[in-house]
Design a protein around this ligand. Structure first.
Ligand SMILES: [Zn+2]
Length: 437
């Protein structure tokens, strides 16, 4: 039943503690944007961890800086640093963990402001990572600091982490920390990831992904007598034809129970990421003519996104079956299939305490019913689920997902304030803090 819910009374001590921090939230977000943490290569992770260390240390957190040694990209020039900060309450209880990635993608072209300047223009803060996700990190810190001022003797514990490499798979970040036990269900009971999924939505999880390279083989011959060789590109053409006729229609027909947005991502999908066959591509400025050869190799990279109803085995098996079927029909067809990467789909139950707490507080703060969604692409929840074995995890944060990775990325200050309030009030629910009269 629809009820015209007017936002309830919010003129309490917590609302005032948040309002007092309005300017601090802006300054904090700007400071974080001004530490360029581009990934690749993974720069300034230590600098931003040191900044967060000082900030959270002042707020009474004990902190640990953890370098993910030996993970992809970790080296002396670009060490993979993470920070985990924890503040204990005065009594035992659940731990709520806010996890944000500290890395950003490259700035790219087309900016009208300095991508690492953090300019404040008409209530928006601009910069690479403003929405994805330094704005969310700043909002969660402000939320926690305001909560601690009003509820100093809360039960349980609060953690805030800043983690590396989400944009490149999270292996030097959340995956590494999960392997070290930082996300074990004994230590942490609720996780909120402030990714930019719009301030009135609770994101329950994401689809899975499977990346693979398929190579077809041929035999080199002179291009004037292709019948003396065997063209690997034509074999790949047979693969692509099979995808068009069989695989794409089959994937489109599969629909998921996951509330994925946008709607088009509620089916299985696959992108053909690249194709290459024959001689190496000529540089654009080359005037040399290609030599005449029949290609003996052709490779494609596929990016298959899959649903919670599918499995790694079924996704892989479907492609293998299709390649085997071509082998049976097509003389001299030879291929190799190499898995490049795999991540599981993850979805938290919408009745999970953290999902319900955030949804309820969206209703309180925004005066409208929260929308439950799932993400077409993955984020660090997969590691918390698979390695940490922790299922009570959602993504919730300020910022508009469509702006992520684009030029003139920004986050709205009002959006950050509202989502900080949702986060702070969710802490009241999850940590059973007593409201002051
Ligand atoms: Zn992100």
């Amino acid at each position: 039943m629809e009820t015209a819910a007017a936002p309830p009374l919010r003129d309490d001590a917590l609302a005032r503690a948040l309002a007092d921090r309005h300017d601090d939230l802006i300054a904090l977000t700007q400071d974080l944007i001004r530490i360029p943490t581009r990934n690749p290569p993974g720069e300034n992770y230590r600098e931003i961890c040191d900044y967060l260390d000082r900030r959270l240390g002042r707020a009474g957190f004990s902190t640990e800086l953890v370098r993910a040694e030996g993970t992809p990209g970790d080296c002396t020039a670009y060490p993979r640093w993470n920070i985990v900060a924890r503040r204990e309450g005065t009594r035992p209880g659940d731990c709520v963990h806010f996890n944000s990635h500290i890395d950003v993608v490259e700035a790219g072209h087309g900016w009208t402001t300095d991508p690492f300047g953090g300019a404040l223009i008409d209530g928006r803060i601009y910069g690479r990572g403003a929405c994805d996700m330094k704005g969310g990190l700043a909002a969660s810190i402000i939320a926690v600091e305001a909560f601690l001022e009003v509820f100093p003797d809360f039960a349980g514990a609060i953690e805030i982490s800043g983690t590396a490499d989400e944009e490149s798979g999270g292996y030097g970040g959340v995956a590494y920390l999960a392997e070290k036990g930082f996300f074990s269900p004994q230590r942490v009971q609720h996780v909120i990831i402030p990714e930019p999924l719009n301030k009135d939505r609770v994101c329950l999880g994401h689809r899975g992904g499977w990346w693979a390279e398929i190579e077809t083989f041929g035999e080199i011959a002179h291009g004037s007598m292709p019948f003396l060789g065997d063209c690997a590109v034509r074999h790949m053409g047979a693969v692509l034809d099979r995808f068009e006729r069989d695989l794409f229609p089959a994937m489109a027909a599969r629909r998921t129970e996951m509330p994925v947005v946008p709607e088009g991502a509620r089916s299985s999908t696959m992108n053909i990421n690249s194709i290459h066959g024959g001689q190496a591509e000529r540089p654009l400025d080359s005037t040399a003519l290609p030599s005449h050869c029949v290609p003996d190799s052709c490779r494609i990279v596929i990016d298959r996104r899959y649903l919670i109803e599918e499995s790694h085995d079924s996704v892989k098996g479907e492609i293998e079956g299709l390649l085997e079927a071509i082998s049976d029909e097509r003389p001299k067809f030879r291929y190799a299939l190499r898995e490049l990467n795999h991540v599981i789909p993850s979805m938290t139950d919408r009745d999970a305490p953290v999902a319900q707490a955030v949804a309820r507080q969206i209703g309180n703060v925004m005066g409208k019913e929260a929308e439950f969604v799932a993400s077409p692409g993955s984020y660090d929840q997969k590691h918390i689920d698979r390695i940490g074995k922790l299922r009570n995890c959602v993504a919730y944060g300020p910022g508009i997902l469509d702006l992520a990775h684009k030029p003139d990325e920004y986050v709205g200050v009002d959006d950050m304030m509202q989502s900080a309030e949702v986060m702070a009030r969710s802490l009241i629910d999850l940590l059973h803090a007593e409201q002051d009269p």
